[in-house]
Write a protein that binds this ligand. Sequence first.
Ligand code: 5RP
Ligand code: FE2
Length: 235
Amino acid sequence: MARSLSLERGRPLLAPSLLAADPLCMAASIDRLGGEADALHVDVMDGRYVPNISYGPGLVRALRDRYAEAVLDVHLMVDEPERGIEAFAAAGADYLTVHVEATRHLHRLLGHIRELGCRPGVTLNPGTPVEWLRPVVHLVDLVLVMSVNPGFGGQTFLPEVLSKVRTLCQWRAVDGLSFLIEMDGGLGPANGADVVRTGCDILVAGSSVFGAADPLLALRDLRRTAQGGISHGRS
Ligand SMILES: O=C(CO)[C@H](O)[C@H](O)COP(=O)(O)O
Ligand SMILES: [Fe+2]
């Protein structure tokens, strides 16, 4: 069974979303980050759970072959994710995150992801109550809070989801858990500090990194802003 790579809490972590990279120059886009990304975020869309279609296990395999040391953070926006997890695990995914709305057997599915050697993650749409996650937080290594409706990059951040992060931080403290809290959608230097201050560990950023003239400078800029969220009183 494959051993998955992991991320450590303690400083803001950045996961650029490849959705915003030029699909014809994916490796060149990643290389421009100079190895400074903490993880590569791979958005898998099936045209059913979300209206868009993006990648499959083939991209994950190609990334793993080329970037052996990279943490591959795979966000499955697919219906019935239980049908695809084995292929993504075999391809070399580290974190495999499924939508709570997309499966009828979430508890079993998260256990299966771990059995496959990956780190289970769970996520929820902006319109889904965070309480849906309460029965499974002890099973996951990562909770992804969507700050846009899934399916497309380049959307506007929805600040109302920050209250979910506060709730997750409370559950983590009360239960003595250590899952990472990740946020995805519409993130950049304008909101990075707020998101970290609220309690997020990982920021996913697509357009604000790969849409910039210099993605490495944009990544560094986001890191600087995100670190500002810690020095302003995050516990
Ligand atoms: O899951 C996603 C969309 O469903 C993407 O990860 C997200 O939208 C990142 O892109 P951007 O930073 O451009 O909003
Ligand atoms: Fe994503």
